[in-house]
Design a protein around this ligand. Structure first.
Ligand code: IPE
Ligand code: IPE
Ligand code: MG
Length: 236
């Protein structure tokens, strides 16, 4: 049972295991991705019904460009076709859509669709769905440091004014609270360059379940487990 008074405000998810899920079933990796992308909509609608305020999905990392060209193409294509469906669903559920990650080298057509989805949902006040797409935490930090250096050089910022809050303002996640709960599926227990700064005090939940098998009861299990954790933030 989930205690509605102790919900994680922000859940971040590393959706992993599409390829292995497909392989186990004798299917192609593309079919694994196609199945995985369907779970996003279901989990979003469940999280929204529960009253969760933010969900961040790791959809494509800055390192995922290393994959075969065909697979990268399939992932871009799937997001492109599913985005329209997501937007309809998000409008119905009062969900705001945001992205984090670098623009280049996302295909122009897909980038425009992502922008349009953000624009269309920007006044929605329910849950915020964040897509980490072409996202890598280290490159996000590099970009932030460059902007800070530039602001110092141009005298818009004094070195003594650089603080944790100010650094947060230069990250893609500006305005988004740090995750309370991180879920990684597929049995891997690593962060894979996801939200390194933001996860400082996040509760971690690892499950062997592959992302395409991640259903309602799995999210409930993760939240229930979160609710047993004692968060001390360094204090006693
Ligand atoms: C996660 O599944 C989807 C993305 C990283 C885009 P994978 O494609 O990494 O699946 P596995 O890890 O190979 O099983
Ligand atoms: C992390 O999964 C990235 C996403 C889920 C988008 P990967 O499958 O790319 O991570 P590694 O390579 O196993 O660390
Ligand atoms: Mg993987």
């Amino acid at each position: 049972m989930i205690d509605k008074s102790n919900l994680p405000g922000h859940i971040a998810i590393i959706m992993d295991g599409n390829g292995r899920w497909a392989k186990n079933k004798g299917l192609s990796r593309a079919q694994g991705h196609r199945e995985g992308i369907k779970r996003v909509e279901e989990i979003l609608s469940q999280a929204s019904d529960l009253g969760i305020k933010f969900v961040t999905f790791y959809a494509f990392s800055s390192e995922n460009w290393k994959r075969p060209k065909v697979e990268v193409g399939i992932l871009m294509h799937l997001l492109d076709i599913f985005l329209g469906r997501y937007v309809r669903m998000m409008m119905k559920n009062n969900i705001r859509f945001l992205t984090i990650g670098r623009k280049e080298p996302i295909p122009e057509r897909l980038w425009k669709k992502l922008l349009a989805a953000k624009e269309k949902t920007k006044n929605n006040r329910g849950l915020t769905a964040v897509f980490a797409f072409n996202y890598g935490s280290r490159q996000e930090i590099v970009d932030a440091v460059k902007k800070i250096a530039d602001d110092v050089l141009e005298k818009r910022l004094r070195p003594e004014d650089v603080s944790e809050e100010r650094i947060g303002d230069f990250l893609d996640t500006k305005g988004i609270p740090d995750p309370d709960l991180l879920i990684r599926t597929s049995g891997e227990q690593r962060i894979s360059n996801f939200l390194l700064w933001q996860l400082s005090y996040t509760e971690l939940f690892f499950t062997k379940t592959y992302w395409p098998d991640f259903k309602k009861e799995n999210l409930e299990e993760a939240i229930s487990e979160y609710q047993t954790r004692v968060r001390r933030f360094g204090a006693v």
